[in-house]
Design a protein around this ligand. Structure first.
Ligand code: UDP
Ligand code: MG
Length: 312
């Protein structure tokens, strides 16, 4: 192994049963790899004993660092805080729930040593519920078409970023952060390592369907203006068709006089156009809402306690 210094970044929200396990698993694996490292836990405002466990570990082990939030700010904020504080030549992000197998770390590091700035561990969807994996697949297929950034199914947050890539991600200052998109947006040559999905260690997934849907919308709108353009094109096409219809009707009325029926066509066009308008307004609203959020320039998180001196 070379003498690079690695930061392991672990966002943790209500993971009290997993903290000791992931720490153990990591140290066991890293012992084999003989590299120097720090383990940085970001406690995302956990309501259970997560922080107590992390704090305990930090007093026993010098390489354990922590940043603790004042409340739950979400995984994206935790990742951002971690990236800002990490001091490593490369940062490896992992979930606390042991879903990201530690035996892959060697491969990630190897990719880094080969000169890749991003090394991604890509999972299949074993163990996810059928509906969820089906919906995810559809989502990624679709998002591929409607957005400008390439997002890949199964390429999650288990990845290594070189210092260069970390700095690039930190340059992106937006408030609504969608990491998957950001990691894709920064580019850099990327190596992919495949693995089989693991069932979660302890506790429940923090994602409800509602959260997933919101995350999905975030992914689409935070990355481009294409949805707005779709509205525009859709509107133009419908307007053209409507004009055509009016013209034809007009010609017919001139030739044969007014007929009473027409109720159906009026109602259907009113309903249809109303729907199109609402959808367009909704999409515009999404963007306006984001602009509003960005203009407030609120910090992404607030730190309650940390044992790192790096101040940002
Ligand atoms: N997490 C977090 N803040 C949150 C939700 C989740 O820091 O608000 C962490 C969580 O502790 C875990 C990782 O993000 O380490 C992934 O969460 P989870 O396992 O619930 O997501 P899934 O694996 O189901 O995508
Ligand atoms: Mg998980």
């Amino acid at each position: 192994m070379n003498d690079a210094f690695y930061s392991f970044l672990i966002p943790s929200y209500n993971e009290s049963d997993n903290i000791l396990l992931i720490h153990q698993a990591l140290t066991d694996e890293l012992e084999k790899l003989h590299c120097s490292y720090e383990i940085l836990f970001v406690d995302d405002g956990s309501k259970d004993d997560t922080f107590i466990k992390i704090h305990q570990l930090a007093t026993e082990h010098d390489e354990v660092k922590y940043v603790s939030f004042t409340r739950n700010f979400g995984k994206e904020a935790a990742l951002l805080a971690g990236l800002r504080h990490a001091r490593g030549d490369a940062v490896i992000m992992m979930d606390a729930d042991l879903q990201h197998p530690t035996y892959l770390i060697g491969d990630l590091i190897e990719g880094y040593e080969e000169g890749f700035n991003q090394v991604v561990a890509k999972r299949n969807r074993d163990g996810d519920s059928r509906i969820r994996s089906f919906l995810s697949k559809m989502y990624y297929k679709w998002i591929d078409q409607v957005t400008d950034v390439k997002l890949k199914d199964g390429e999650g947050d288990f990845r290594l970023l070189s210092r260069k890539a970390v700095e690039a991600v930190l340059e992106l200052s937006e408030g609504n952060r969608f990491s998957k998109g950001l990691f894709s947006w920064i580019g850099f040559e990327k190596k992919i390592i495949y693995y089989r999905n693991h069932i979660r260690g302890n506790g429940d997934s923090k994602w409800s369907y509602r959260k997933l849907i919101n995350y999905g919308i975030e992914g689409i709108v935070s990355f481009n203006q294409k949805p707005l353009r779709i509205c525009l094109y859709g509107g133009l096409i419908i307007m053209f068709l409507a004009l055509l219809y009016i013209f034809l009707m007009f010609v017919q009325i001139i030739r044969t006089g007014i007929e009473v029926p027409g109720y159906f066509s009026i109602i259907s066009s009113v309903l249809f156009l109303g729907g199109v308008q609402l959808v367009s307004l909704g999409i515009i609203g999404e963007y306006v809402g984001r602009i509003y959020a960005e203009t407030k320039r609120r910090p992404h998180y607030l730190i309650r306690d940390t044992n790192m001196d790096r101040d940002l």
